[in-house]
Write a new protein. Sequence first.
Length: 202
Amino acid sequence: MIPVKSKKGRKGEESRKRLLKAAANEFAIKGFHKTKVSDIVKRAGLTQPSFYLYFQSKEAIFEELITDFHSRIRTLTESLLLDNGLHTKDVSKRVLSAVETVFQCLAEDKNVTKIGVFLNPEAKQMKKDLAAVLKENLEAEQRLGYFDSELDTETVAECLIGMIVHVTDSFLLTGMKAPENLAAEVVNLFIYGMLPKGRDVK
């Protein structure tokens, strides 16, 4: 979303960032409908006219927060494709690192994450989009021999996205678990399963 006007200089950029941060906080606490522009500028320590120098409306700043979040998460997901030539023993380590990176990103600004994942009216479509990107990554990694050739990558992608979303809501946003702990638990479950080590499903 392009702002109504743009103020050049460092001060103008700082004011814009303050408005975005304040808006994320207000939306996360009160929801979109109960948040007012006056609430946002009060939290940001700015005046209401200054808000309209950067954003046309409450809808515009909400949309920018969501769009930026979606873009960041999609770019991150695309970047996590495993490289060719990995040693078998390093695959699980790289997967762990990738999942931890995702949780760290989601934990950076919990208010923005809450808006982007849970308050976003287009959240369902966003999750489908991310699952499609993840599926493409998994298919490429499957062709490299990193994962079982019989895996249904679409199911795996949907399960991973669903799990990440749910544990983010239950543990990450509440501060109950750190990104590295959640990543270790998720990867351990997906890579090694629930059975005792050394026991196969009959």
